[in-house]
Design a protein around this ligand. Structure first.
Ligand SMILES: [Zn+2]
Length: 343
């Protein structure tokens, strides 16, 4: 019994002096004193050596000791938890913040948004459609039957498993899909990516972007087409820009025209951009061919309409002085991060 008392006393002073600075030390304490092979268990085992008349007193002593160790354990646990909390709260507000990289819009997107927003102000809605298209929507319905020579100018990529599927050569497929819906009038602009089987160079790529427009209603005339495009050009290139239409040919419009604007670099006097002509070609347009309307289930005797289409890369190249179309798709951050304006 006396032996037991001595043991407890010596351990008590050792335990009282124990200090812990982190959770690992607290765990060490728990294992050493309160674990299944720990000191408290070992001393409890001493009970069997105590004489029966002292058992009651010894039991009390041991219980007190156990409580003492457990209290110490709780104190240690609490003090280290507070310490960690305190260091977590120690934020230095004078330190500079973490810089988050902010991206910039792609120059093609900037130009697309600018073009689309001008037509939206005229009441055009934005329409979208598939980039993988069937032959009918990309060619056939647009008055480009098989073996039509105009298909040669729009050679594209065919899907091997099904030769009826192509990567669309223009966004005109969406014009067909809008007309097929049968809801008239139609007034939409269609921005999107298109594909051509062309050799990649500084001036041409196997994919690029277009914005097309379509307006179908009763009594739509070429005068409406001109007025719409005049408004667009003045908004896009300024009030002083001059415009001219040149007769052209597209299978899906009749009559058809190319539209030029006076060179906005040299003002019309002639430079490298306009090849000394003073004019820059910006889009193709025309009155929707009656065959196209018929193909889409619209009565050409009742409805007429106009369509136009332009590339996005070329005006973006002129606007930003970019001399190589491949830069748009190379994902070089040094190039892309230069475009932060919201033109
Ligand atoms: Zn010029």
């Amino acid at each position: 019994m006396e032996n037991l008392l001595k043991q407890i006393e010596s351990h008590k002073s050792e335990i009282a002096a124990f200090s812990a600075t982190d959770a690992n030390a607290v765990e060490e304490f728990r294992i050493k004193y309160l674990g299944t092979k720990g000191l408290v268990k070992a001393i409890m085992g001493e009970m069997k050596n105590v004489a029966p008349e002292n058992k009651k007193e010894a039991g009390q002593l041991l219980n007190e000791f156990k409580l003492f160790v457990e209290n110490k354990f709780d104190t240690l646990k609490e003090s280290t938890a507070n310490g960690q909390q305190a260091s977590a709260n120690a934020i230095d507000l004078s330190l500079p913040g973490d810089t988050l990289p902010i991206g910039s819009r792609h120059p093609v997107v900037l130009m697309r948004n600018r073009i689309v927003s001008i037509f939206q102000r005229l009441g055009f809605a934005v329409a979208d459609g598939p980039e993988i298209e069937d032959d009918w929507h990309n060619f056939g319905a647009l008055n480009l039957p098989e073996h039509h020579p105009a298909r040669d100018m729009q050679d594209t990529f065919y899907i091997q498993q099904n030769p009826d599927w192509v990567l669309r050569t223009h966004t005109s497929n969406v014009q067909i899909r809008e007309m097929e819906k049968g809801k008239l009038p139609i007034r939409v602009v269609i921005p999107g990516r298109v594909y051509r089987n062309e050799t990649v160079s500084a001036r041409s790529h196997c994919f690029f972007h277009q914005v097309e427009g379509l307006y179908i209603d009763e009594n739509v005339s070429f005068a409406d087409l001109k007025q719409t495009l005049y408004f667009f050009v003045k908004e896009m290139y300024g009030k002083d820009v001059k415009v001219r239409f040149r007769p052209s040919y597209f299978p899906f419009t009749e009559p058809s025209a190319e539209m030029d604007v006076s060179c906005f670099i040299c003002g019309g006097s002639g430079c490298n951009i306009c090849k000394k002509t003073g004019w820059v070609e910006i889009l193709g347009c025309g009155m929707v061919h009656p065959n196209v309307l018929t193909n889409c289930g619209i009565d050409p005797n009742k409805y007429t309409g106009f369509a136009f289409g332009m590339g996005i890369e070329r005006p973006a190249m002129l606007k930003y002085g970019i001399n190589d179309i491949r830069l748009f798709s190379e994902n070089d951050v040094r190039f892309l991060k230069q475009f932060t304006s919201a033109i």
